[in-house]
Write a protein that binds this ligand. Structure first.
Ligand SMILES: C[S@@+](CC[C@H](N)C(=O)[O-])C[C@H]1O[C@@H](n2cnc3c(N)ncnc32)[C@H](O)[C@@H]1O
Length: 240
């Protein structure tokens, strides 16, 4: 089980604010949600809430959901506004008191669905959370581009306030439950005046081919509205 969203939640929050362009990501989803005229949204894998303020400012009825309390704690601290709702849940078994016009799974969070059973459970559970003809938008790493080019080692460095974060990533093929790979990451955390900390994290992620995702969606009663192929694969699908 990864530590990135529990023990390392604050590190994630600091690092990804530099690594990710959340404003760009918001505009991407906003464009799609406007196109299909959806206003009430559930963001699955909302993490530490980096996209939430954009959705709230744009007037969406927004709920963020994540598996890890540590991520949600940061989200709630940063967005105490009454209209920012953050709830804990697992996309494979959602039990929410209401339904949404749209569910978005952001930041490749769907790639934690490493087994076929996970994928089927998530798609079924999300289906039940959507209003009639509601839409699901989610993205995935592209198996055919990512797996042949897995870098054995790579790194990132981020400075935030008085802390320096350096991450060394090591990846290798796993292939146990689909197009899965192992990701080992070493986090070097240097805070002024404190001893340097090194924390190692291990996780397994899964990429998908376009055909696999088409079939999973079809098997679970979704109609595919569009597939956007950029660095990642984004599916827009409607519950039928
Ligand atoms: C790469 S992060 C993306 C977070 C956020 N969207 C962002 O871009 O910063 C993946 C997120 O998915 C969440 N996650 C993983 N498995 C999940 C599950 N089964 N149900 C709900 N959230 C999950 C993690 O806790 C984490 O916050």
């Amino acid at each position: 089980m990864t530590k990135l969203y529990s023990e390392l939640a604050q590190v994630y929050h600091e690092m990804y604010r530099s690594i990710f362009d959340y404003e760009r990501e918001f505009h991407f989803y906003d464009g799609l949600l406007r196109k299909y005229a959806r206003r009430s949204i559930l963001e699955i894998g909302c993490g530490s809430g980096n996209l939430a303020p954009y959705f709230l400012k744009a007037g969406y009825e927004y709920t963020g959901l994540d598996l890890y309390d540590e991520m949600l704690q940061i989200a709630r601290q940063n967005h105490p506004e009454a209209e920012a709702a953050f709830v804990r849940g697992d996309m494979r078994e959602l039990h929410l008191p209401r339904a949404f016009d749209a569910v978005i799974i952001t930041g490749r969070s769907f790639c934690y669905m490493t087994t076929n059973k996970d994928v089927m459970s998530a798609l079924q559970s999300i289906y039940r959370t959507l209003r009639e003809k509601g839409i699901l938008i989610f993205d995935s790493f592209k198996a055919d581009e990512l797996l042949p080019n897995l870098k054995k080692e790579s790194g990132q460095e981020v400075e935030s306030g008085d802390t320096k974060y350096r991450r060394v990533n090591r990846t290798s093929l796993n292939l146990e439950t689909g197009w899965t790979w192992n990701w080992e990451a070493e986090y070097h955390i240097e805070k002024k005046g404190q001893e340097k900390k090194v924390i190692t994290d291990r996780s397994v992620l899964r990429a998908f081919t376009e055909d696999e995702l088409k079939l999973f969606l079809q098997l679970n009663g979704y109609n595919i509205l569009e597939i956007i192929k950029e660095n990642t694969l984004t599916f827009v699908a409607q519950a039928m």
